[in-house]
Write a protein that binds this ligand. Structure first.
Ligand SMILES: Nc1ncnc2c1ncn2[C@@H]1O[C@H](COP(=O)(O)OP(=O)(O)OP(=O)(O)O)[C@@H](O)[C@H]1O
Length: 250
């Protein structure tokens, strides 16, 4: 297989035997996971489950201590730049430069990815327009609401046209309406662009029955499958009930 054909056939994320210790404590233990391309996949876990640690390893903020991570076939250890070029990231913590305008925030990100000025202008227009903030492109980031900042962060994460979008608790701190809007928007990217989304959350009401769902608890994967199948497989009444049973038994 050529590299291109292999990348097309590869899962978006392929994790094998990944463990991570912080300060002598095991925070992730023997994670094995294949996230298929073109799906909305949920990483569901309570506070402290290890979601952010897993994202830190996926984005190379942390180097893997053991095991491997491949992004569309690119090994994070040997081909980190190629792997990172294929992903966009929305961090749990707000990550806009508050003194820059919305457009400047996107332009800075585009420069990091080596985009030309012409392409940068075109993408900024397209992405800010898609999230309904093109007219506000010249406003400083600090003047936006929490929901708007999140939309700008999503626009920024897409400027280099990644195939994979990682969102770590992207709706935390937002009101119900903003949460629903952002979730619907990100889901539409899967439909419209064939994007793969890996969506970390502790909020069960964000999960649909057809979503592939990874249940992470105390650093271990307890279950991986469509949410509806997890519920029926356990004979549970709801995903909430299934989640409770899985985590109580662990
Ligand atoms: N730098 C650190 N030093 C010590 N412990 C850490 C550190 N980072 C993470 N941990 C611990 O690792 C565990 C997993 O944390 P992590 O932030 O990955 O969980 P999470 O699922 O993202 O939770 P939350 O939704 O609350 O952010 C927690 O028990 C946390 O206290």
């Amino acid at each position: 297989m050529t590299d291109d054909v292999q990348a097309l056939a590869s899962p978006a994320i392929d994790i094998a035997g990944l463990s991570h210790r912080i300060g002598g404590r095991t925070v992730l233990e023997d994670i094995n996971l294949a996230v298929p391309a073109g799906r909305f996949v949920v990483l569901l876990g309570q506070n402290g489950a290890g979601k952010t640690t897993l994202f830190s390893l996926l984005t190379r903020l942390y180097a893997a201590q053991s095991g491997s991570i491949l992004i569309f076939g690119d090994d994070m250890r040997r081909h980190a730049s190629a792997a990172l070029a294929k992903m966009g990231i929305v961090f749990q913590q707000r990550a806009l430069d508050l003194e820059l305008t919305a457009a400047q925030n996107l332009a800075y990100h585009a420069a990091l990815h080596g985009l030309s000025q012409a392409v940068t202008r075109e993408r900024i227009t397209a992405e800010l327009s898609r999230v309904g903030l093109l007219k506000e492109a010249g406003r400083r980031a600090r003047s936006f609401s929490g929901g708007e900042m999140r939309r700008i962060e999503i626009a920024r994460a897409l400027v280099h046209q990644p195939r994979l979008l990682l969102c770590d608790e992207a709706t935390v701190g937002l009101d119900i309406r903003s949460r629903a809007d952002i979730l619907a928007d990100v889901r539409s990217l899967v439909q419209d662009r064939g994007l793969t989304v890996f969506w970390a959350t502790h909020l069960i009401d964000e999960v649909k029955p057809e979503d592939l769902t990874v249940v992470l608890h105390r650093g271990r994967i307890l279950h991986y499958g469509e949410a509806g199948a997890i519920v029926s497989g356990l004979g549970a009444g709801s995903l909430q009930d299934a989640f409770r049973r899985l985590t109580n038994a662990a």
